[in-house]
Design a protein around this ligand. Structure first.
Ligand code: ATP
Ligand code: MG
Length: 151
């Protein structure tokens, strides 16, 4: 399956405006056009749905979420960033494990099973890509997905 990732991401961002607006979250994107990749559109949608869902869910009201996609050396890099309290360094290595949720989030009203990132990791791996996370406490958390471009 040939997928226009630019289109897939733009549509998702558009849909998430509905979740962002009532909470005064500024959701912006910077997506280069015609980023073509090979893969399963439903599975990849699932990956970015979860990253966007997390970004909105874990951003305080009035925060910021950005989605960037750009090509570099036959890969596309998709970065989903959000403001907020961030993720402590000791928790970062566990995020992609099944059912893992950061302690403070387990009892929160946000809900969730802790499966989203484990599923995303597996889907990205099946597409020969990578998924990583960087976080500065009380500043920004960024999830980066790289996928091979179809050349
Ligand atoms: P589910 O995705 O299954 O509904 P979930 O969102 O809790 O549940 P994951 O998406 O796997 O599960 O995320 C795992 C945990 O990582 C979250 O519970 C949260 O503690 C932390 N996390 C994920 N994304 C962020 C983020 N953008 N900012 C802060 N913490 C995050
Ligand atoms: Mg999630």
């Amino acid at each position: 399956q040939q997928i226009d990732l630019s289109e897939l991401l733009s549509i998702l961002v558009e849909q998430f405006q509905m979740m962002a607006e009532p909470r005064n979250i500024l959701l912006t994107d910077n997506i280069e056009p015609e980023l073509m990749i090979a893969g399963n559109a439903d599975y990849l949608t699932n990956v970015f749905l979860n990253l966007l869902d997390n970004a909105i869910k874990y951003t305080p009201d009035g925060g910021k979420v950005t989605v960037k996609a750009q090509p570099q050396a036959e890969q596309v890099y998709i970065r989903v960033s959000n403001s907020g309290k961030g993720i402590a360094p000791e928790n970062l290595p566990h995020l992609f494990k099944r059912f893992y949720r950061v302690e403070a989030d387990r009892s929160r009203h946000t809900g969730g099973t802790g499966l989203g990132l484990a599923i995303a990791y597996e889907i990205v791996r099946l597409h020969k890509g990578t998924i990583t996370v960087e976080s500065e406490v009380n500043q920004t958390t960024t999830f980066t997905v790289s996928l091979p471009l179809k050349v």
